[in-house]
Design a protein around this ligand. Structure first.
Ligand code: HEM
Length: 475
């Protein structure tokens, strides 16, 4: 038996250091390491606060940032109330998430300045939108996909797809009000895929893309958890993107084959292939099927959530104003007013590529995230009297303050990256709302959540907008 006093690993009793002395030497060493590491950590945390305070300068915002994560929990569950608090604290305000320093711009002037200063700031939501001269040239080529004659091809598809969906709505929504959230998202996805890819995409693909796309929507936060571990939103979105890209690439290959055979263009991909083959076309001509699929993916990405939000709020604003619903000739004014009242996209993230002297008193540090916000511009009472009321008439008089101040109309952003799909989007909303107004009687089940706003990449009524659609006798 080995006694405690003489353990097998004990130093010989004749040794200068007794066992307990050795242990305490190890303890001291460990303590030293512990204190050194703790001091280092504390220094890092202090440095984090110092850097935040120096960058923030005099801007409103928290005096201290939560160590490491900053306002991560706010950015995971964004609310309109929290955003409003930031917007109302000043035209520029500061925050930090995972040490990304963020400057929020809520006034019309600052928001426009960010989006119109390409030398200082560029979009940073995802890497699908290009920047600089590459962006200008690329965008010029893509405007051919949104000409009047191209929109003419799309209208027929939009009308047909919408009517097919409404035939189903007539069955599903005529008994009692139900949330139109998923139904409207499905309608948008189906319409977009048919407009973009026509018959080059099979029905099963539209179903699969529609289902998997939700993972991409879920990853659309200003700042995500920074690692794409399995199970995280970003990881799931990457897997979904692979599925979507597989189908879109096949569609682009199909379109190239069909156009080479001399077929008539029936969708956006066909229009593009034809434009590239036109001898008068100046610009890059060679695009692989994968590259074309990437562009269509970026359109889907840019449109699906914003269009769903726009259509759902279009329904909600109209169903709550039956007198307006009766006068659909002013459909465009209705669409504009609905988008103004609740812009689907309330802000876009940019990144300061160099120090940006945004005002006389403040220079945004290079590398900061900049967030021009549109809501205040679209609710400015000097331009839109009674800004919280739904008044489409404000768009009918060409001399009205609303029409005289187009710089406040920031639903589509501003500057070189302004939404390229805006005419198509307005047309889509007008078709869906106009057809529904002629085909159905609408009934809104107003709930305590109807006026609450869920921000899920774009904005949605929290109850999903519960409507009963009864088919009209004469359509
Ligand atoms: C109601 C629906 C929509 C809304 C509210 C909306 C809003 C926006 C906004 C705010 C921007 C950023 C502008 C900026 O940074 O200055 C944008 C960019 C963009 N949108 Fe839309 N959008 C909608 C529908 C669409 C559709 C249907 C498409 C395509 C078919 C589309 C394609 C794009 C593209 C490609 C960009 C980036 C343009 C560039 O970087 O040059 N959007 N959109």
């Amino acid at each position: 038996m080995t006694s405690i006093k003489n353990p097998p690993f004990a130093a010989p009793s004749t040794s200068f250091l007794s066992f307990s002395t050795l242990l305490s030497a190890v303890d001291v060493l460990q303590l030293k390491w512990f204190y050194t590491a703790a001091a280092f950590l504390l220094a890092l945390l202090a440095l984090e606060q110092m850097v935040y305070r120096i960058k923030k300068g005099h801007l409103p915002g928290d005096a201290w940032t939560i160590p490491i994560i900053g306002k991560f929990s706010d950015s995971r569950r964004p609310t309109m109330e929290n955003y409003r608090k930031g917007w109302d604290s000043g035209p520029l305000s500061a925050a930090s998430v995972f040490n990304i320093f963020i400057v929020m711009a809520s006034s019309n002037d600052y928001a426009r300045k960010i989006m119109n200063s390409p030398l200082h700031a560029e979009p940073c939501l995802v890497q699908i939108f290009l920047n600089g001269k590459t962006h200008v040239d690329f965008r010029k080529g893509l405007t051919n996909l949104f000409t009047r004659s191209a929109l003419g091809i799309y209208v027929a598809i939009q009308d047909k797809t919408t009517r097919t969906h409404f035939a189903q709505w007539a069955k599903d929504f005529s008994q009692s009000p139900r949330s139109i959230m998923w139904t409207a998202r499905h309608l948008n996805m189906d319409t977009s895929l048919r407009v973009f890819c026509g018959n080059h995409i099979p029905q099963e693909a539209t179903v699969e893309i529609g289902e998997t796309y939700w993972h991409i929507t879920k990853a659309l936060q200003l700042v995500n958890f920074p690692f794409a571990f399995p199970g995280t939103n970003v990881y799931n979105a990457i897997q979904s993107r692979k599925i979507v890209m597989k189908w879109l690439t096949l569609a682009a290959q199909g379109s190239k084959i069909e156009m080479a055979r001399g077929g008539e263009p029936t969708c956006m991909l066909d229009t593009w292939v034809q434009v590239l083959a036109d001898p008068t076309y100046k610009g890059r001509r060679e695009f692989s099927a994968h590259e074309m699929a990437l562009v269509v993916f970026s359109f889907l990405f840019a449109s699906q959530d914003a269009m769903s939000s726009g259509v759902i709020y279009g329904f909600q604003h109209l169903v709550d104003h039956p007198a307006v619903l009766e006068k659909m000739p002013y459909l465009r004014a209705v669409v504009k007013e609905s988008l103004r009242m609740q812009p689907p996209v309330i802000m876009v993230p940019y990144k300061a590529v160099r120090a940006f002297p945004i005002s006389d008193e403040y220079t945004v540090p290079a590398g900061s995230m900049l967030i021009p916000s549109f809501y205040n511009s679209l609710h400015d009472s000097a331009v839109y009297p009674e800004p919280d009321s739904f008044i489409p008439e404000r768009w009918l008089d060409s001399a009205s303050a609303a029409n005289a101040n187009p710089k406040n109309w920031m639903v589509w952003g501003s500057g070189p990256h302004m939404c390229i799909g805006r005419e198509y989007a307005m047309l889509s909303m007008a078709i869906v709302l106009g057809l529904a107004a002629t085909m159905f009687d609408w009934e809104h089940e107003v709930t305590p959540e109807s006026d609450k706003i869920d921000i899920f990449s774009t904005c949605f009524p929290r109850d999903g907008c519960r409507i009963k659609f009864t088919p009209r006798k004469v359509a």
